[in-house]
Design a protein around this ligand. Structure first.
Ligand SMILES: [Fe+2]
Length: 214
């Protein structure tokens, strides 16, 4: 093997080792922090995120959108502000927190739908009256803190964003992923998918799917 071939292999092993450590940390967050109730809903945060990922998977979404669905509320596991936070009138900006935490691990096809999933709720409430009616009580309460439904100008600007389509799809799964007592896969079952997405990003192969405006 040439020096550069050996160097490339070492770099690949280093990247894989770093990804595995980050996934270990995420798995610990899911297992150790995500077991509390999900903000006024009848499921835990971990159950809610697993259900969101299962719905994305069943809908035939690309791996990066499934990863975004699985991780979309990871910011809630990081802020440590307690599950009654919306009732106390505080917007945690958990989507920005989660996106910042994962930004070095995944490419935009994972990060952007996650970052936009609250904006997607505001978009859907402005453009789809049936969606707005189906919001849970807790979700309707947090909508007010998040700025309420978008104005027409905000909705058109949102729809033109490259990852708007994936963000809206994620949001619909998010809203449906609050069913108590469902049998679910474990975080570990998604690790190969997450690892592939992260290594594609590390190798700069890009995460091309799902970059579609509405
Ligand atoms: Fe959610």
């Amino acid at each position: 093997m040439t020096d550069s071939g050996a160097g490339n292999r070492r770099a690949g092993e280093d990247a894989a080792g770093k990804v595995d450590k980050r996934l270990d940390a995420l798995e610990r967050l899911f297992e150790e922090v995500g077991g509390t109730a999900y903000f006024g809903e009848p499921v835990t945060t971990t159950e809610h995120m697993l259900q969101t990922a299962v719905l994305a998977d069943r809908a035939g979404q690309p791996a990066e959108t499934i990863a975004a669905a699985l991780l979309h509320d990871v910011g809630h596991l990081l802020h440590g502000l307690g599950e009654d936070i919306a009732e106390r009138g505080v917007d945690t900006d958990h989507e920005s927190l989660g996106a910042a935490y994962l930004d070095d691990l995944f490419g935009p096809a994972v990060i952007e739908p996650l970052r936009l999933h609250v904006a997607a709720k505001r978009y859907l409430c402005a453009t789809d009256p049936r969606y707005a009616k189906r919001l849970s009580e807790a979700s309707a309460r947090s909508l007010a803190l998040q700025g309420g439904p978008m104005s027409p100008a905000e909705a058109s600007a949102f729809a033109a964003l490259p990852h708007a389509r994936a963000a809206v799809a994620l949001r619909r799964y998010d809203e449906a992923a609050k069913v108590p007592g469902k049998a679910l896969p474990r975080f570990a079952d998604f690790r190969p998918l997450l690892r592939d997405c992260a290594l594609r990003h590390a190798g700069n192969a890009g995460c091309a799917p799902a970059a579609a405006p509405l």
